[in-house]
Design a protein around this ligand. Sequence first.
Ligand SMILES: [Zn+2]
Length: 192
Amino acid sequence: MTDSVDGIGRVQLRLIEQSVSSRSRARAWGIVPGSRYLFVAERLLGELSAPALSAIVAHELHHLRRWHPLGRVVLPAIFLIGWAWAIVVAPLSGLVGGAVLVAPYWLMVMAIERRMERRADIAAAEQVGYEAMVEALRHLDETSDEQSSGRIAWLASHPTFAERIAHLEAEYDGEPVDNAKSTTDGGHHDRS
Ligand SMILES: [Zn+2]
């Protein structure tokens, strides 16, 4: 599962029996090196090929390496601290100013989160193989319990699996899949 993934070293891999939602089947968690975790739903081990599992691990590792879990805490914190400070300095305009800025700031944070997802997908595809990442996303999409109808893309923190696949395909458009160190060999998969 972690064979073709570099840098798993200091990250602890944990298998979880049941995930709360289908979105949380793989998660990177933790800020301090040495206490960083990567959670993967046990069920996925039986459902995905070894390369696809490696791609999921590589995706989550990219989040950890780029301090994405820290960003998810720090970005809202910066705003709240700034707002509190503004209210102390100038109560009325601080309160109003923060209220006006909260929506655009939140939209910006959501856009950053979606970008983090796409970057993690590309990093995993470059490391493990484009086909493996697409296989993983297709499977997650097919077995997802999420409703995509009524969803507003620019309000969401995560792009849909379909959007992520389309983005990967666009990224690799015109390039032979072989370029991306793919470990699949025509339908035959080693299951771990
Ligand atoms: Zn992710």
